[in-house]
Design a protein around this ligand. Structure first.
Ligand code: GDP
Ligand code: MG
Length: 292
């Protein structure tokens, strides 16, 4: 195996330039989980991409703004905190912005961390506009590498990813490879299901069970959640399912109702029971299920 690479990439920029859209696009569909509520955009939100050879920990941050309220200061703390950790700064601007009204431009100029200056919304531009924009930013931040993208249409995102990977330091991963975010929503969903299992089953069943949220699709009017319930043996699976699946259906209904209350939104919850042999004694499995 080649040496593993990993690092923190801080996505910063003015409000509305497409930071969240970009992180969603880079991390993939699952990231939509971390923005079910408006408040999440007030925080630093981590989105993690892993494969065998690398891990990128993105931080989506609130848009850089002047502080009018304590809240804004707190939001800017998230931005600064994210910058302090960063191995790479991804400074996102949009096509028609100019370097003048960027309060962070000095910081970006002086920072020791490699800066990728990413010009977003290229889909809205004519070729000559792209050339002009690139020139302008090159003059303003000579040390930065400049990349044009469209986060919305997926333009040049592969190139952006490769550029980031090339800049990553050698490091072991910072998070379990299956983790997509530091936000607790999936965890909440999984724990709710587990709680129902604890309430409805007896003896060793609850203790032999763990729950993993496999997919979470946020739509306008409904969140579609698929969760896997792992037990240690086939016999336990049969008990969990119950006659004609009646028992597991009951769990699904109760868990769904509680999650709906929590999200204040309609939820479709699909549960699948699987056997993960003796997972409780398997460090690799324990890690995968979030216990280590
Ligand atoms: P943030 O405030 O920087 O996180 O920006 P958002 O990701 O919330 O995006 C702000 C707006 O810009 C949204 O309406 C997006 O749909 C739009 N947007 C983001 N990326 C692009 C892009 O590449 N092209 C176009 N045309 N619109 C985009
Ligand atoms: Mg945002």
């Amino acid at each position: 195996m080649t040496n593993h690479k990993a690092g923190f990439v801080s996505i910063i920029g003015n409000p509305n330039v497409g930071k969240s859209t970009l992180m969603n696009a880079l991390v993939g569909e699952k990231l939509s989980i971390i923005t079910p509520k408006a408040q999440t955009t007030r925080h630093r939100i981590r989105g993690i991409i892993s494969d065998d050879e690398f891990q990128i920990v993105f931080s989506d941050t609130p848009g850089v703004l002047k502080s009018h309220y304590k809240l804004h200061e707190a939001m800017m703390d998230f931005v600064n905190e994210s910058l302090e950790d960063a191995d790479i700064v991804l400074y996102l601007v949009e096509l028609h912005e100019t370097p003048e009204n960027h309060s962070f431009i000095d910081l970006i100029r002086d920072i020791k961390t490699p800066v990728l200056l990413v010009i977003n919304k290229a889909d809205l531009a004519k070729d000559e506009e792209l050339i002009t924009a690139e020139k302008l930013w090159k003059e303003a931040v000579p040390a930065a590498q400049i990349i044009m993208i469209s986060a919305l249409q997926g333009l040049n995102l592969g190139k952006l990813m490769q550029t980031i990977i090339d800049l990553l330091p050698e490091s072991p991963p910072f998070f379990p490879k299956e983790e997509m975010t530091d936000r607790p929503l999936r965890f909440f969903v999984a724990e709710t299901i587990r709680e129902k299992i604890f309430m409805h089953y007896r003896k060793e069943i609850p203790y032999s069970t763990t729950v993993v949220v496999e997919s979470y699709k946020e739509e306008d009017s409904i969140d579609r959640i698929r969760a896997l319930i792992f037990v240690e043996r086939e016999t336990q699976k049969a008990i969990l399912l119950g006659h004609k699946g009646e028992s597991i259906r009951k769990i699904g209904i109760e868990a769904r109702q509680e999650i709906e209350e929590f999200l204040n939104k309609q939820v479709y919850l699909e549960l699948t029971v699987k056997v993960s042999k003796d997972w409780r004694n398997n460090p690799a499995m324990l890690k995968r299920y979030g216990y280590m």
